[in-house]
Design a protein around this ligand. Sequence first.
Ligand SMILES: Cc1cc2nc3c(=O)[nH]c(=O)nc-3n(C[C@H](O)[C@H](O)[C@H](O)COP(=O)(O)OP(=O)(O)OC[C@H]3O[C@@H](n4cnc5c(N)ncnc54)[C@H](O)[C@@H]3O)c2cc1C
Length: 327
Amino acid sequence: MRILVITEHDGTTLRPASLSCLGFAQQAARPSSGEVAWLVLGQGIADVAAAAAQYAPVIAIDAAGLEHELAESYARAIAEVVKSGRFDLVAAASSTFAKDIFPRAAALHGGAMASDVVRHEWADGRLLFDCPRFAGAVTATIALHGSPQFVTVRASAYPAAVPLSQAATVEPMELPPATFARRARYEGLRSKQTARPDVAEARVVVSGGRAFKSAEDFERYVGGLADVLGAATGSSRALVDAGIAPNELQVGQTGKIVAPDLYLALGISGAVQHLAGMKNSKKIAAVNSDPDAPIFEVADFGFVGDVYAVTPELIKRLEQNGAGATG
Ligand SMILES: Cc1cc2nc3c(=O)[nH]c(=O)nc-3n(C[C@H](O)[C@H](O)[C@H](O)COP(=O)(O)OP(=O)(O)OC[C@H]3O[C@@H](n4cnc5c(N)ncnc54)[C@H](O)[C@@H]3O)c2cc1C
């Protein structure tokens, strides 16, 4: 089996989730002594392509039409590479990037796609993919027919690939400008600058729920504790819906799936849709004023109390003990 892994990057470095996806691809290819290659897309991507080549051979498409992550352009570029017939399976980490781009790329090739793969196995000469459904309440096992097949892979389910002893090759590829977006044009980006790590990639996540009554409180308590720990901030959907926390912090079924070393849930009840996004965290700690809150059923450490009293005390004690950045 020949597997193409689409990289996600910020222009200079690879996202850790892509390395986990490469880890999946290497595992999946091994039984058939298959091959794995990266596809790096963008403009001015020499550094990222070189970084990716530390792990596997790279196909690099450096084009003005790929300067911005327009789904139409990226999907067409992926489809063009796959058209060569060199790959049986195309994989990317499950992320908002892939959710936007992959179904389009798969549709350009007939649409054999599985999303959010958490496990795979070879059976009777074909790959089967386990994909959680209904907020993780059930797991579907899916076989895809035809070639090429497309999958998105949950990064927390696979260990990151390790670097090669010697860098692999970078193969530049050119596509005619007409390949790229025709019906969408990039107009601009509004993004909040933050020094905190990304919630989907941080080793420690401090998450706040409806207990917090305002954006100022959220920043002061959840953000304050996150900063002492060098952690990312996360949120339940209740706070996102209330406009208290930004959308990109939402953890859960319709938010980000996270699996940090430590997930700290402050004033979050533990609804099944929230648990779907964080229950695979290695350790879970919860603070809630209700001793019967469902979050305590999944928590390794629980504290019954008021977040407005407990959080400042936690911050104070961690500062006294000189807690370092762990994010
Ligand atoms: C299709 C669908 C998708 C969804 N997707 C998501 C998702 O991705 N992510 C998500 O989070 N939710 C999601 N939800 C919503 C989910 O069902 C819950 O409504 C939501 O998670 C509740 O958020 P919460 O725990 O912050 O609020 P609540 O359920 O209201 O819980 C607040 C908790 O705070 C405690 N509390 C209150 N005051 C204090 C205090 N001062 N100190 C300590 N504790 C206090 C309470 O005891 C309570 O346990 C989804 C729902 C649907 C239907």
